[in-house]
Design a protein around this ligand. Structure first.
Ligand SMILES: CC(C)(COP(=O)(O)OP(=O)(O)OC[C@H]1O[C@@H](n2cnc3c(N)ncnc32)[C@H](O)[C@@H]1OP(=O)(O)O)[C@@H](O)C(=O)NCCC(=O)NCCS
Length: 163
């Protein structure tokens, strides 16, 4: 699937949500390393970006990649697999814009809903997802291999006409 650029309510002069390109991967992997204790490798990003079914978006502010989102459809469910906003750009609705764009792209395709896993201690992300209608549906105990933290499973029903 190819995501088209999604026009947004601009909050800065040069804010754009666009499909991720292979040329973004170095920057994206840099943000990833700064952000997560179990970062995706360049190879994992590369493989995900190459998949036909995936939705991979970046938010660019003043021509700098401020954040990114990667998702993929498995059977009839969208999995939000990765989302990060670089430190200086947080609390500026970058993640919110990425999620809105993600919904706009995926809502064109019939599916049952969206799911994701998030660290139980990640209050910022859990609040973000809740604000978009995700609800907690379970826990995967000791899911994260570095510190064995639990993952909260979150789910959002598709609001379209038919799956
Ligand atoms: C979680 C994360 C993606 C949020 O990105 P962001 O661009 O700063 O979030 P936004 O500005 O779009 O926030 C949208 C809403 O999410 C919630 N939110 C975001 N950050 C929050 C925080 N630190 N504390 C509480 N709620 C928060 C709020 O409801 C916020 O709305 P508000 O600003 O009107 O209160 C960002 O903090 C991040 O990259 N964290 C590290 C990586 C990560 O945890 N990724 C998710 C893995 S599952």
């Amino acid at each position: 699937m190819t995501a088209e650029p999604v026009p947004l309510r601009p909050r800065e002069k040069e804010r754009v949500i666009r499909p991720m390109q292979f040329t973004d991967l170095e920057t994206v992997a840099g943000i990833e390393k700064r952000t997560f204790t179990l970062p995706w490798s360049m190879n994992v990003f590369h493989g995900q970006l190459a998949r036909e079914s995936s939705v991979c978006l970046v938010c660019e502010i003043d021509r700098r990649v401020a954040g990114y989102l990667l998702a993929d459809m498995f059977v009839d469910v969208w999995h939000l697999m990765n989302l990060a906003v670089d430190g200086p750009f947080r609390r500026r609705r970058v993640a919110a814009d990425l999620i809105e764009a993600y919904f706009a792209v995926t809502e064109r395709h019939g599916h049952r809903g969206h799911t994701l896993e998030v660290r139980a201690s990640n209050i910022a992300a859990i609040e973000l997802y809740r604000s978009f209608g995700f609800v907690s549906t379970g826990v995967r105990p000791r899911y994260y291999t570095d510190d064995l933290e639990d993952a909260v499973i979150m789910w959002r029903d598709w609001e379209g006409d038919s799956a």
